[in-house]
Write a protein of this length. Structure first.
Length: 117
């Protein structure tokens, strides 16, 4: 048997607010959008999506640490843009021997690590 990771979904309560965070502030490239989900990373083997939490099990997953790390360019400028756009940081941007990292909260409380390596 062969298996590969296809996609990761993060649940949100408001797709318009999610778009303003993930597209406008974070700058993720959109692969597609419907009334229920926005998918990111066109052409990549694995995608990430944000989907409306429409049932109780999904709503229970809104506002948590996702365990997802996003490798980003120009992390200092991006963190400033996120901060100016109203995003909050659980862990501020810090340098370490393995690079720079910050943990940001989306507008529904979902947490993501941003790293530069």
């Amino acid at each position: 048997m062969s298996a590969a990771l296809k996609n990761i979904v993060v649940f949100v309560t408001d797709l318009a607010k999610a778009r303003s965070f993930y597209v406008d502030l974070l700058g993720l490239p959109v692969a597609g959008q419907s009334e229920m989900i926005i998918e990111f990373f066109p052409g990549a083997g694995t995608s990430m999506g944000v989907s409306l939490a429409l049932h109780d099990d999904a709503r229970a997953l809104v506002g948590r640490h996702t365990g997802i790390s996003l490798k980003v360019e120009n992390i200092v400028e991006l963190c400033e843009k996120l901060k100016n756009g109203g995003a909050t940081f659980v862990e501020p941007l810090e340098s370490s021997p393995w690079g720079k990292m910050a943990v940001v909260r989306d507008f529904d409380g979902n947490l993501f690590a941003l790293v530069d390596r």
